[in-house]
Design a protein around this ligand. Structure first.
Ligand SMILES: Cc1cc2nc3c(=O)[nH]c(=O)nc-3n(C[C@H](O)[C@H](O)[C@H](O)COP(=O)(O)O)c2cc1C
Length: 172
């Protein structure tokens, strides 16, 4: 039976929630371990498949996750690996992936956008204030602009989580 690691980095729980949604898709068939990179640094070699999830803040992936990706890029490129990102601007997903992931990293299971949330009621402090402002600016976009220029409020994208789970299930 395959051993799967889902290692996530979160501030407010959405990236963890996505890790658990992915786990649910897989745990009937495989042994799945879900871990918080800010609490533990697992031995990657103990797993057959490695899934790494990070939120995006101020255009950046989590610092601990970035460090791991840089240090382990060579190893991760040699085993079935996927990265997923949780973010408020899904339309900028490719740009974040391009700028933030090490060039020497090849993810054989792909780099995935799992969406995200901008829900100030779930946050505290400065983050609550920032998310409130971003959310309001999305809601009050100038509707004279063409629709294609508009950002939508983000949501978790369960269909993308299922796509990654299917990719993992198709491994021999
Ligand atoms: C302080 C702060 C900065 C953020 N910066 C970005 C950003 O630069 N780009 C983006 O797409 N989303 C940004 N977001 C949105 C988060 O990526 C989104 O809320 C995500 O769901 C957070 O995941 P988490 O709950 O796992 O931390 C930001 C959110 C906060 C609170």
């Amino acid at each position: 039976m395959k051993n799967i690691l889902i290692l996530y980095a979160t501030n407010w729980g959405v990236t963890k929630q996505c890790a658990e949604m992915l786990e649910k898709q897989l745990n009937q068939r495989y042994t799945v371990t879900v871990m918080d990179i800010q609490k533990e640094r697992p031995a990657l070699s103990e797993y057959d498949v490695v899934i790494l999830g990070s939120n995006i803040r101020m255009g950046k992936i989590n610092r601990a996750m970035k460090k791991l990706l840089q240090e382990e890029a060579e190893y991760l490129s040699s085993v079935p690996t996927a990265v997923y990102l949780c973010l408020g601007y899904p339309r900028q997903f490719e740009e974040y992936a391009e700028l933030e992931l090490p060039k020497k990293l090849t993810c054989s299971l792909g780099v995935h956008c799992f969406g995200g949330e901008l829900k100030p009621e779930k946050l505290r402090g400065i983050d609550k204030w920032i998310v409130k402002m971003v959310r309001n600016s999305i809601r009050t976009q100038d509707f004279e602009e063409s629709d294609t220029d508009h950002h939508q409020l983000p949501e978790i994208l369960p269909e993308n989580i299922v796509l990654l789970a299917d990719k993992i299930k198709s491994l021999n």
